[in-house]
Design a binder for this molecule. Structure first.
Ligand code: ATP
Ligand code: MG
Length: 418
């Protein structure tokens, strides 16, 4: 029996990978213009990093992490998200001593043990960005401007930016209490998870996807009605900067996000085109995280986009299969030798060229050229070689002409060398 891949972990095949490359190169270009530099961190970290940052009572830490003991007995976890490892690296390498503001981006696989379905996998990929060292609301607006600009650049429409504020350690406790009182009065209507969450992490109940819980919490108090003056002003300023920068958004007072480290501004890019998997990108401010992980008291803000969901929204791209500029068809040993050398010269000069390697008939070679979508075919036979010419066929026009071998380089756009 053959060995198959692991459920929820996908291969990205040629034909699909082009959309990924397009998304990644677009992200790199957009992020660079906003001053971000790439950081690469390992896919495995000490489990403690995620427990302390994401929060012990979140779904991710409670049930979704791939955690194992390594041979030395240390508890390791396959990263479920990118922010915590990036902040860990930021602190470890004291990046704030090099520059008071760090703008970093990352891309790569993340791992969560979730129930696989369309747009939800166990190994998935994120493209994310973080700004550490600034708490000015202009930065929140700029991060959101960059995120919406990315969507415009890659041509994904039908996504809406939703924003909210989760307050800070000053205003959160009073809100938490108000929410707790609300939930206690409706405990019977909540699912078992939310009954438990009501005591440990009541905000999570607002994130629950169970219909009964959504109904029961419909009239729940909103965080933005309980913000302290500082958080309120910050949120106001973010909103007015978004308007200045002409970034459309709506306020979603129910959005709480699935990670505990968020403070103040939180946001999601949502779509109704992916069924239950409505969030394509998500993030927020985390003004306590750097200090909580043992670093200096620096504020931060960031987001992550799910690449699988982006790729689903992007759909198939027509430039999916690269077409050879030239296919070389040969007949006979001499012609094949000549053709093979020419092929390699073309490839060395960055021109995508192909030939048939297995000595097939001319008809079979032309069929192969057609299948690959070659733009032109160079036909080299023993006779042609002897006459010092080759036939150059234009596949789209259906025309064919004789080209002297001495003019071949110039005709094929090769840099002439001996
Ligand atoms: P969801 O509500 O869909 O579970 P989330 O709040 O858990 O998302 P985040 O942790 O904020 O998501 O991750 C940011 C983005 O990463 C999401 O918006 C989504 O596009 C993507 N993502 C998260 N989990 C998965 C997954 N299991 N498979 C594919 N993409 C995912
Ligand atoms: Mg999730």
């Amino acid at each position: 029996m053959s060995i198959t891949g692991i459920k929820g972990m996908n291969d990205i095949l040629p034909g699909e990978v082009e959309a990924w490359q397009f998304l990644e190169s677009s992200a790199r270009r957009v992020f660079a213009a906003f001053g971000y530099r790439e950081i690469r961190v390992p896919v495995v970290e000490k489990t403690e990093l995620f427990c302390r940052s994401i929060g012990e009572t979140t779904d991710i830490v409670e049930k979704e992490m791939y955690t194992f003991a390594d041979k030395g007995g240390t508890s390791m976890t396959m990263r479920p998200e990118g922010t915590a490892p990036v902040i860990r690296a930021f602190i470890e390498h004291k990046l704030h001593t090099l520059d008071p503001v760090s703008k970093l981006y990352y891309l790569g696989p993340m791992f969560r043990h979730e129930r696989p379905q369309k747009g939800r996998y166990r190994q998935f990929h994120q493209i994310g960005a973080e700004v550490i060292g600034l708490d000015d609301p202009k930065i929140d607006a700029q991060v959101l401007a960059m995120l919406s600009h990315f969507f415009a650049t890659v041509g994904i429409d039908g996504v809406t930016l939703q924003i909210n504020s989760l307050g800070c350690p000053e205003c959160r406790p009073a809100y938490r209490q108000a929410l707790l009182d609300f939930l206690q009065a409706r405990l019977g209507q909540l699912c078992a998870d939310c009954q438990r969450r009501a005591a440990t992490n009541p905000l999570r109940a607002l994130d629950c996807k169970v219909p009964g819980c959504i109904e029961a919490t419909a009239g729940a108090p909103a965080v933005i009605e309980h913000l302290c003056t500082g958080c309120d002003l910050h949120f106001e300023a973010v909103r007015s900067h978004l308007t200045e920068l002409e970034v459309p958004y709506t306020v979603n007072p129910r959005m709480v996000r699935g990670l505990d480290y968020y403070t103040k501004t939180t946001f999601e890019m949502v779509t109704d085109r992916l069924g239950a998997q409505s969030a394509v990108a998500a993030g927020g401010r985390y003004d306590r995280l750097v200090a909580d992980l043992g670093g200096p008291p620096l504020p931060g803000i960031g987001f992550a986009m799910g690449e699988e969901r982006l790729a689903l929204l992007l759909g198939a791209r027509d430039d999916a299969s690269p077409r050879p500029a030239l296919f070389i068809a040969t007949l006979g040993v001499e012609a094949e030798r000549f053709g093979f050398r020419l092929l390699t010269r073309l490839q060395r000069q960055g021109i995508y060229a192909e030939m048939e390697y297995a000595g097939k008939s001319l008809k079979a070679q032309l069929r192969r050229a057609d299948k690959l979508g070659a733009r032109r075919v160079l036909i080299l036979g023993g006779d042609e070689l002897a006459r010092g010419i080759a036939q150059l066929r234009d596949m789209a026009a259906g025309t064919q002409e004789e080209v002297p071998l001495t003019e071949l380089d110039a005709r094929l756009g090769l840099v002439v060398c001996d």
